[in-house]
Design a protein around this ligand. Structure first.
Ligand SMILES: [Zn+2]
Length: 70
């Protein structure tokens, strides 16, 4: 019964991909796919995952990442 939210934009996950139990919505996925790995977005994305994983380990608390702007 766990409702998934996108770990990047924190919106409810209606469709998208799950990586290691982390949800990423379609929009964010498309951004990632479109970006190459040298971009800021990729760095940001990695930070989001890292923060979310850490938050889960510590408290199970959801960590909200700020809106990313190009
Ligand atoms: Zn998203």
């Amino acid at each position: 019964m766990s409702k998934r939210n996108c770990i990047i934009c924190s919106k409810p996950l209606n469709n998208g991909i799950i990586i290691n139990g982390r949800g990423i919505c379609k929009k964010c996925e498309e951004k990632i796919v479109r970006c190459n790995i040298e971009t800021d977005f990729y760095e940001y994305y990695k930070n989001c995952i890292r923060k979310n994983l850490t938050a889960d380990l510590l408290k199970g608390e959801d960590l909200v990442c700020q809106d990313y702007r190009y």
